[in-house]
Design a protein around this ligand. Sequence first.
Ligand code: DGT
Ligand code: CA
Ligand code: ZN
Length: 575
Amino acid sequence: MRNQEVARIFNDIADILEIKGDNPFRIRAYRRAAQNVDGLAKDVAEISPEELQKIPGIGADLAGKVHEYVETGGMKFYDELKKEVPSGLVNILSVPGLGPKTARLLYDKLHIKDVDDLEKYAKEGKLKGLPGIQAKTEENILKGIAMIRRHTGRFPLGRVLPVAEGILEKLKEKAPVIKLSIAGSLRRWKETIQDIDILATSKDPHKVMDVFVHLPQVKDVIMKGPTKSSIITTEGTQVDLRVVEEASFGAALAYFTGSKEHNIRLREMAVKKGLKINEYGIFDVKTDRKLGGEHEEDVYQILGMPYIPPEIREDTGEIEAALEGNLPKLIGMKDIKGDLHVHTKSSDGSHDIQELIEAAKARGYEYIAITDHSKGLGVAGGLSVEQVLEQNRKIQALNKKLRGFKLLSGTEMDIKSDGSPDFPDDVLKRLDIVIASIHSGFRQSKEQITKRIVSAMKNPYVSIIAHPTGRLIGERDAYEVDLEEVLKAAKETGTAIEINAYPLRLDLSDMYVRKAKEMGVALAINTDTHVIYQFDFMTYGIGTARRGWAGKKDVLNTLGYNALMKRLKGKAGFP
Ligand code: DGT
Ligand code: CA
Ligand code: ZN
């Protein structure tokens, strides 16, 4: 979809305008347009200029710009605008907490043009005198730069997967492929991705490669051959496509899915059995006879193991578990009965409850929890006590009318900086579910933040801790928090921990999901939906849960409605 690209450009434009000190209304118009284009379910390339104008926040002018981009792959206004500020200055904005006003100031006063300049000045302590910059800020800027550096070269899964799916779709449509699969870290649902690996079989590999290197997503072609081609997409991700023989497809899929560590272990095992595994198949070393390779299962079967799902192929115990017959039965999409973290337009969501019910039913769900923000989160339209109680009455009335579907009346309650809850207990006790989470005070010490979360968990009405580390992959590091302590307290208090499925969050991360599972802490996989299409983010949560070895019984929202309600009311200390 072109939508993400257009949204990124509109956001860039807003950034540059802001650095230039342009009209705030104009800046906000670009930001709003970016958000709305990003949220569209349909590709802007398939929407006529007339229809484009009907999208909220897109007038004739912006519709024209979108159309221009779809037609030409560029936007004149954007290209001209970029010439007005040093390109590195825009990159400075990716340093967390550093906004356009500061960027402008840094440029005007110190001629800082890019991240390297910024780092140099911060290290030398030369930023301090500037308005609004203190020693602590310099330290935070350096931390932020270090984070950006760590992430360069790897892209968040949530940015890469839609690109890969777009390419697969086009290949299916236009190229003579028979089998087609994603491989590599993307197939393992790793949270960051270096490059996209795709495998195919075909009777006409040349034609497949021809189609591939001419796809609209392609910016540069690195190499083109009959068995392997590599391109760079317009987003800057490398994609390798390999066309292999039908008889080797399974072996190639196993090989290129990795991980490398997992493959090395498999090959060592093979050697001990007098076998050889490579991307072409499994062979008997003595006779060179091919024993298998058409199907991925062949590899595992010949080594005397059950099939190991891609998500756990990391050599972190899966091979031992497989040999002992102890592989976990991993959770799947079909196990999910509902979503426990959903916003309506009463806070910062985009839809009313009725629209959300329809969307949830269409996904086969049995229930959803309405969890708008609480009053402390003013910027997100948090609900007052009166408003959340009114919503609660409305939901109870709706539940009487609904057939085969239930709403849970809830809240995403802010845990305040001092650790106190944003609603009193006599409000919380009327709700079906309470999600508690942190939205401020990210710079507190590890002890403070851990204490805040633990004290929230001690409240008998708090059912789930949402996005427990606050990270945004590639954009914002987790706040300092002792997750081991949090998990321990979760176990003791009977509080569930969320796997927030929003693609840039994936929070809990896979490693801690596994720890939670081992400790017997309940998990909940939620999308944090603000716009309906985001319900589909559930697959990312499932991917993360599977990477953490989680099964159906580890996850709250696999329970049916009645069992779930019983479970929520069963928390220790619940009156
Ligand atoms: P990344 O870094 O996100 O692209 O991660 P992967 O796992 O996709 O790594 P990539 O793209 O370098 O290679 C894809 C797969 O190919 C990898 O998971 C395993 C296999 N592979 C690549 N290089 C080697 C190697 O030197 N030895 C073995 N055994 N397997 C390899
Ligand atoms: Ca890869
Ligand atoms: Zn939320």
